[in-house]
Design a protein around this ligand. Structure first.
Ligand code: PMP
Length: 458
């Protein structure tokens, strides 16, 4: 019996409808009103596809939550999980384990040079929480400068550092201390109304202005390529400039590569595009190809040295859990074996070309931007004013968004795609083929006419 058949047989005790109903009744649907949540029942997945309870196959055009980078059912990763479970399923983090040693060695190989001391978590959120505490302990300072249009996690500290309106739910009482916000880098809709390249990267100058006019700044926190909030790629001058500013003022640079890491942008880590090494790099998602939850907070040698004679006041029961580390070793080796980072870079021109065609054809597409296999298709009502089809206020108020309606049509055509406020995120498994890219793009192409019809003057 194939695993597919086994799964279908197992669920015979519950109908697909019952599974959906029990899920809905007893679980929270996140980042949404509960009313209207009708989760799709998933029974199987393989390669770039997922399969629903009725046996219908969907191309996974956003790698679930931009994390199933290796595709589904990679046998090497599955075997590594089984082997680790049989050998040693758990050991306290205070012990040394072979799998932790092995993963540490591999990480030193693939991370930006100099990031050599690690704290393992079970999510990106916790990796960021660890980074904030480490930065504050190391510098003895409190404030974190984050940027608008960012996402860094959902716990009290990480949501406080999140620059999108999901933070608003925490205000006023639950707002975490010590985070201040600067402008995001967004050359399509510059928040300080400059135009690249004549701007001289004024958005980075603004961060310097903030550091100069604040006291007690521990770190600047960035997503090197902003993910959920629209795949915002900085111009090449931005990151070296920011590194220089941080060095000049003795402020740490924290790069949140939870989404942008692990080959997604065509480099192992997005920071590699600019040859800039952060003091702290956080990541999660693709580190295990999403087979098992794992997060990582990686720090530089100078931070590591500091804690030789300072108390490292942080830890979790499940930090460095062997079951989370074994699939990471396997996933990284698989990425190396299949040369997936080069593959993401190699497919970039093809995907870019397809998206440029969409933009030329559909007046509702205001901008397409990205790197590697990480792209946004940004919809606007009007290309001159760049007014979006919906706002964050609509989202948090539970008002229907056009992108969700279009994503529903695309789903019916057999493609899952992430829709967010007024853009789509295309971030398929890194094993995707050109034929599969065409299939996903064609579905998008078919249904963008819904937005085109609403374009002002269109
Ligand atoms: N940082 C970034 C850039 C993210 O994209 C995410 C998740 N989307 C997080 C942090 C939080 O990670 P997690 O959901 O694993 O807690």
């Amino acid at each position: 019996m194939s695993p597919n058949e086994m799964m279908l047989e197992k669920s015979e005790t519950l109908t697909s409808e019952q599974i959906v109903e029990l899920t809905r009744k007893h679980n929270y649907g996140t980042w949404r009103f509960q009313k209207g949540w009708n989760p799709m029942h998933i029974v199987d997945a393989e390669g770039c596809y997922i399969v629903d309870g009725k046996g219908k196959r969907y191309l996974d055009f956003s790698a679930q939550l931009m994390c199933s980078n290796l595709g589904h059912k990679n046998q090497v990763v599955i075997d590594a999980i089984a082997k680790q479970a049989q050998q040693l399923s758990y050991a306290m983090p205070g012990y040394a384990t072979e799998v932790r040693a092995e993963l540490s060695k591999l990480l030193v190989e693939v991370l930006p040079a100099g990031l050599s001391k690690f704290f393992f978590t079970t999510s990106g959120t916790e990796a960021n929480e660890a980074a904030f505490k480490i930065a504050r302990m190391y510098t003895g300072k409190t404030k974190i400068i984050a940027r608008y249009r960012s996402y860094h996690g959902s716990t009290t500290g990480s949501i406080a550092a999140t620059g999108d309106p999901r933070r608003w739910a925490m205000e006023p009482g639950g707002k975490g201390p010590g985070v201040i916000f600067g402008p995001e880098v967004n050359c399509y809709k510059c928040p300080i109304r400059h135009t690249y390249p004549g701007c001289g990267i004024a958005c980075a100058d603004y961060l310097e202005h903030m550091i100069r006019n604040e006291s007690d700044v521990a770190a600047v926190l960035i997503e090197p390529v902003v993910g959920t909030n629209g795949v915002l790629v900085p111009p090449d001058e931005y990151m070296p400039k920011l590194r220089k500013i941080c060095d000049e003022y003795g402020v740490l640079l924290i790069a949140d590569e939870v989404m942008s890491g692990w080959g997604r942008t065509g480099e192992w880590f997005a920071m590699n595009h600019w040859g800039v090494v952060p003091d702290i790099l956080t990541t999660a998602k693709g580190i295990t190809g999403a087979y098992v939850p794992l997060g990582l907070c990686a720090t530089s040698g100078k931070i590591a040295d500091f804690f030789e004679d300072h108390y490292f006041a942080h830890g979790h029961t499940y930090e460095a859990h062997p079951m989370t580390l074994a699939p990471a070793v396997a996933a990284i080796r698989e990425m190396q074996r299949m040369d997936l980072v080069a593959r993401a870079k190699g497919l970039e021109p093809y995907l870019r070309g397809k998206l440029e065609e969409l933009k030329a054809k559909h007046p509702s597409v205001g901008d397409v931007r990205g790197k590697g296999l990480f792209w946004a298709v940004d919809l606007v009502k009007n290309r001159t004013t760049k007014e979006p089809f919906g706002t964050y206020s609509d989202k948090v108020a539970g008002r229907p968004l056009l992108v969700d309606q279009i994503a529903g049509k695309i789903l019916a055509d057999g493609v899952t795609i992430q829709a967010w406020v007024s853009h789509f995120i295309i971030a398929p498994p890194l094993i995707i083929t050109k034929v599969q890219i065409d299939f996903g793009i064609d579905a998008l192409d078919r249904h963008l006419s819904i937005a085109d019809a609403l374009v002002e003057g269109g």
